[in-house]
Design a protein around this ligand. Structure first.
Ligand SMILES: CCCCCC/C=C/C(=O)SCCNC(=O)CCNC(=O)[C@H](O)C(C)(C)COP(=O)(O)OP(=O)(O)OC[C@H]1O[C@@H](n2cnc3c(N)ncnc32)[C@H](O)[C@@H]1OP(=O)(O)O
Length: 364
């Protein structure tokens, strides 16, 4: 429908170049590399310089990124650059419909940003350089944020991420800080924290919405079964690589996933670590709706703003009716999953997988 799409003008491009310098959050090396490559392609066209030597790591990485754009036209590169900068600005700016202004006490660490505006409390994972991996402090801060949100004035609560990832799951370095009691004590306290964390999602009384702004891994995927609505960009993917990590499912996914998508689809994800695209996750019922990445933030926040004007008590009561009869079961599942993981974390399979990631041999 309609004529050819309008590509970004030179002026839009120049504005985007200036805007990059004003970003409040470091978008991380991967995104910076992408910006570099698109900039070169937009200004000089396809890569036309000799490949740097093997030992010139930085220039070789930059060259590879530029060269990977192949014969992409200057105009298309300019458009992609403008789109990328606009996404980065949308997730780092405030106030805007995408990022409600802060008017409440912030958590201890700036890895989590909690804001409340227009009837929506937004809990934003904010470690883009580490793909929003969850540190122990962040689990505590999310618990506190959910407890506060359950009592605040807002009608809806949202969990989302900063930068190009939604969340890369548990920060694997959490397992390297061994307490005085050693591995056993570490596993005991991690299992207790996991249980408290997941309980907060099971008990959360208001509509809880995940705005999945990019790929999601591990526990950030499993707890989606405890959300009321999940909106995802078409750039998102959903990955639960527990067997690869010598671990087992959490977030009540051993119960919610088979219920949502059927036992064999759930097994493919939870046993074999099959990664789903956003469209596949939507077809399986894990995701409510998928949006094109270019309009994701605008569309989703406009919709949530409209929903937040609905009578809050009616929404709470409807959620209670939908969820209450499941709560006891979910608490039991959470307790069992946490206790199984306590053992798993002390296994050689798990230790070896984490050591491999930390020594850079393994990536998902
Ligand atoms: C209280 C405890 C409760 C525990 C509950 C149980 C939870 C289980 C899970 O969540 S299991 C899932 C764990 N997550 C992972 O295994 C993901 C590991 N990460 C990766 O495989 C990759 O980083 C990636 C695929 C997510 C992204 O790859 P890529 O795009 O190539 O980026 P980088 O790898 O360069 O990542 C950038 C930067 O971030 C660091 N990082 C990413 N994810 C994690 C992570 N989960 N833990 C720790 N660090 C992570 C990565 O090391 C890079 O850091 P650097 O720039 O090198 O310092």
């Amino acid at each position: 429908v309609g004529g050819p799409a309008m590509l970004a003008s030179q002026k839009d491009f120049n504005n985007a170049v200036s805007q990059v310098k004003l970003l409040k959050e470091d978008p991380g090396n991967e995104v910076k590399l992408k910006l570099y490559a698109l900039y070169k392609q937009a200004t000089e066209g396809p890569c036309n310089v000799p490949k740097p030597g093997m030992l010139d790591f930085i220039n070789k990485t930059k060259w590879d990124a530029w060269n990977a754009l192949g014969s992409l036209s200057k105009e298309a590169a300019r458009q992609n650059y403008v789109d990328l900068v606009s996404r980065l600005s949308a997730s780092s700016e405030s106030p805007s419909p995408e990022a409600p202004a802060a008017d409440r006490k912030q958590p201890e660490s700036d890895s989590l940003v909690v804001t409340s505006e227009d009837g929506i409390t937004t809990i934003r994972l904010n470690r883009p350089a580490k793909k929003n991996a969850l540190t122990t402090q962040m689990y505590h801060d999310i618990i506190a944020a959910l407890q506060a949100a359950s009592k605040d004035e807002s009608a809806i609560t949202v969990l989302t991420g900063s930068g190009d990832y939604y969340c890369s799951g548990n920060d694997l370095t959490n397992f390297t800080h061994l307490p005085a009691g050693g591995l056993e004590e570490m596993a005991r306290s991690a299992a207790a924290l996991l249980r408290d964390f997941v309980n907060c999602f099971i008990d959360f009384p208001k509509p809880l919405v995940a705005v999945v702004n990019g790929p999601a891994v591990g526990i950030s995927v499993t707890i989606l079964g405890l959300f009321d609505v999940v909106y995802a960009t078409d750039r998102a993917s959903f990955h639960t690589p527990f067997s690869h990590l010598g671990q087992s499912p959490e977030g009540c996914s051993s119960y919610t996933f088979p219920k949502i998508m059927g036992s064999s689809k759930a097994a493919e994800m939870l046993l074999f670590g099959k990664k789903l695209t956003a469209q596949e996750a939507c077809a399986q019922g894990l995701v409510t709706e998928v949006f094109p990445d270019g309009t994701f933030q605008k569309e989703v926040w406009a919709r949530l703003k409209a929903y937040s004007k609905l009578p809050p008590n009616a929404m709470r009561i409807s959620k209670q009716i939908i969820r209450n009869r499941e709560k006891e079961k979910l608490h039991a599942v959470n307790a069992e999953e946490s206790s199984v993981l306590r053992e798993r974390w002390q296994s050689d399979e798990c230790m070896n997988a984490i050591a491999s990631f930390l020594s850079r041999k393994a990536k998902l």
